[in-house]
Design a protein around this ligand. Structure first.
Ligand code: ARG
Length: 243
């Protein structure tokens, strides 16, 4: 490897990985989404971010993280526009998204859940009748809500968890429907409880653009396999998901 480092044109060298900035792995995410991506002491961290950091260093690349919001990431537009090389955003692999994105091997299994204030009389999704449930725009949680809440319930979409959870805290919404690990963390931030889990069988993957990132995807999958073999994956898993 080695090579010149002043090649910042698109499609630079880096062993043919086609990176948008030579020498760097530029990662797009939607932050905050703890424990997967969040800011701590002025730095981006979390399960996804730590995995990306390991993958970048395994490829001899610097890590650059951009917070671009979730909707443009899951639709494929941020990656197609060349904003970043890869998306790491607790993103569920779905058929719909696979039309515009290519996903890595799955790296995390997830499911949906319903979070409510502890004193709420909402005990199940049926109890949302006449109520409002908050979701994040463009997510599988939004889709699940749209398909499963009672007819006279309303789903209100927020651009990110940074607006969604405060809406529940202020009473702007009666419940929040989103990925279980994220709701689980919110139960530690006050008087909130998870009343239902929905076994949606979701798997997260890292995403690259639909065409022209095959080499990068292959390299990322190799790194991921190495991290699973050498115990790094388990270490990070324990760091973020121990009960
Ligand atoms: N797993 C869900 C989905 O793919 C939610 C992901 C939201 N991620 C984020 N960083 N906000 O739709």
């Amino acid at each position: 490897c080695g090579g010149s480092s002043d090649d910042s044109e698109g499609g630079g060298d880096d062993a043919g990985l086609g990176l948008i900035k030579s020498g760097s792995l530029t990662v797009c995410s939607d932050i905050p989404y703890p424990p997967f991506e969040f800011e701590k002491d002025g730095e981006y961290t979390g399960f996804d971010m730590d995995l990306m950091s390991e993958i970048a260093s395994g490829l001899d690349l610097e890590l650059a993280i951009k917070d671009v919001g979730f909707d443009g990431l899951q639709s494929g537009s941020a990656l197609a526009a060349g904003t970043c090389d890869i998306g790491a955003s607790a993103m569920t692999i779905t058929e719909e998204r696979e039309k515009n994105l290519n996903f890595s091997e799955p790296y995390y299994d997830s499911l949906q859940s319903l979070l409510v204030p502890e004193d709420s009389d909402i005990k199940s999704i049926e109890d949302l009748a006449g109520k409002t449930v908050g979701v994040q725009q463009g997510t599988t949680g939004q889709k699940y809500a749209q398909e499963n809440i009672p007819e006279d319930a309303k789903a209100t979409a927020y651009p990110s968890d940074a607006e969604l959870f405060p809406a529940l805290q202020s009473g702007g919404v009666d419940a929040v429907l989103q990925d279980l690990p994220v709701n689980l963390l919110h139960t530690q931030e006050g008087a909130f409880t998870i009343v239902e889990e929905y076994d949606t069988d979701e798997q997260y993957g890292f995403a690259v653009k639909e065409e022209g990132a095959e080499k990068l995807l292959e390299a990322v999958n190799e790194q991921l396999a190495t991290l699973r073999e050498d115990g790094t994956y388990d270490e990070l898993y324990d760091k973020y998901f121990t009960e």
